[in-house]
Design a binder for this molecule. Structure first.
Ligand SMILES: Cc1ncc(COP(=O)(O)O)c(C=O)c1O
Length: 421
């Protein structure tokens, strides 16, 4: 039985949702008081205050790892991990093509080159089979991303890494509290990297990041990379005075005390946020079940998904619109949404044109890198899926009624574009 489509808002019909969705982050008195206390103390840098150190300690405890290092962003976290592992010019690192640029550009910042692998069409995470095909004589590491809050399939990735003697750096920027077979995302590889950017699962005043490791030596190196190649705990830092001794190439990737203090307050809220996100996502999936052409997010058996984003896939055999047209129509219905990473990373000009340091070709070409980069084409899922993926906003501040409005609007648009509609 075909259903008569309603007039879409984009064509002058009445929008399903006419009021704004609740904002996020929803900083409360705790975060505000914590930030004000730091301001009043006058101790704003981690060298003089104690909040960043406390945040690191609490984060390490919460995630059950030996070492946590707070940094200025998720991008810096990945850069620190790569550099601490000694990866640099001449090396390559396997990365996923379907992610935010910050998953791959730190490879270049560290002087190495990304080699992109294809994705699994159900989870949208890096496909272990593709990783195995992409390894080169220059490969030193793999960076799986736990995208949208869904953990990547780590066992086969770890197996490939073991076989080829590669490091694994987890990009858990979107997956605080997600679990793979009961293990916390970000605690499985040599390093786990998190972002606290403004809309992440928890956030530290707009920007911030964290690096986790269980390895004492790597933890020490990471700390040096993030602070000008000096190590405070090292005898070479203080001998009655600060020696200003820089024993490796380092950066200023330090987190501020205000960020650390806010991070402590946010960490206490993480479990509640995750519960709310999961309830919202599961309700939305239930409301959308049976809508022709709409494929809700897949939750593998191994996964505890934390739904940083809710990604719908549209079945182009059933829906006569691509993601762009679908998003335009859904936006007009009052639903915050977007396409999901419309240009895959292996097709980004920075990579296809080898736009490296100083506008030149370093580190993508000889004499720096001896291999051939695989940019431009050849990753079918990463190239096809952006035309089918719609990102629906998912926040712990949303209510069941918000989810009903999203579902009603998605149904309305899906029916309109339905091949039989
Ligand atoms: C998957 C992924 N990796 C890396 C990053 C980089 O994090 P940041 O924006 O904190 O530098 C982000 C975030 O935005 C991300 O979503």
């Amino acid at each position: 039985m075909s259903i008569e489509p309603e007039k879409l808002a984009i064509h002058g019909g009445r929008p399903v949702r006419q009021t704004p969705f609740p904002p996020f982050p929803d900083y409360g008195e705790e975060e505000i008081a914590a930030a004000v206390a730091v301001l009043k103390s006058g101790k704003l840098a981690r060298q003089s205050g104690s909040k960043v150190g406390e945040f690191e300690k609490s984060y390490a405890e919460k995630f059950g790892v030996k070492h946590a290092l707070a940094v200025s962003s998720g991008t810096a976290a990945i850069h620190v991990a790569i550099s601490a592992l000694g990866i640099g010019p001449g090396d390559d690192v396997i990365a996923t093509s379907h992610s935010f640029a910050g998953s791959a550009t730190p490879i270049v910042h560290a002087g190495a080159v990304p080699v992109f692998a294809d994705i699994d069409p159900r989870t949208f995470n890096i496909d272990p089979r593709s990783i195995a095909e992409k390894i080169t004589p220059y490969t030193k590491a793999i960076i799986p991303v736990h995208l949208n809050g869904c953990p990547a399939d780590m066992d086969p990735i770890l197996e490939i890494a073991r076989k080829h003697n590669l490091f694994v750096i987890e990009d858990a920027a979107q997956a605080h509290g997600a679990q793979y077979k009961g293990r916390m995302a970000g605690t499985i590889g040599s390093f786990g990297c998190f972002s606290f950017w403004e809309d992440k699962l928890i956030t530290t005043a707009g920007e911030g990041g964290m690096v986790l490791t269980n390895d004492d030596d790597l933890a020490k190196k990471a700390r040096m990379v993030h602070h000008h190649g000096e190590l405070k705990e090292d005898g070479a830092y203080y001998k009655g005075e600060r020696l200003y001794l820089h024993s490796m190439l380092g950066y200023n990737f330090r987190m501020t005390e205000i960020q650390g203090a806010i991070g402590l307050a946010q960490l206490a809220k993480l479990d509640g946020y995750i519960q709310q996100r999961r309830e919202n996502a599961h309700l939305l999936t239930e409301l959308l079940s049976g809508v022709p052409g709409i494929i809700p997010p897949y939750e593998p058996d191994y996964a505890f998904h934390v739904f940083y984003k809710y990604i719908l896939r549209i079945d182009r055999k059933v829906i006569n619109a691509d993601a762009k047209a679908f998003v335009e129509a859904l936006t007009a219905e009052g639903i915050p949404c977007s396409r999901r990473y419309p240009t895959p990373l292996h097709q980004q000009p920075v990579f296809t044109e080898h736009r490296g340091f100083g506008g030149g070709k370093a580190p993508f070409e000889k004499p720096w890198y001896q291999g051939e980069t695989n940019y431009g084409s050849g990753l079918p899922n990463a190239e096809q899926l952006p035309g089918e993926l719609v990102r629906i906003m998912m926040r712990p501040t949303l209510s069941a009624q918000d989810m009903r409005d999203v579902a009603d609007a998605v149904k309305k648009v899906a029916i309109y574009f339905g091949v039989e509609g």
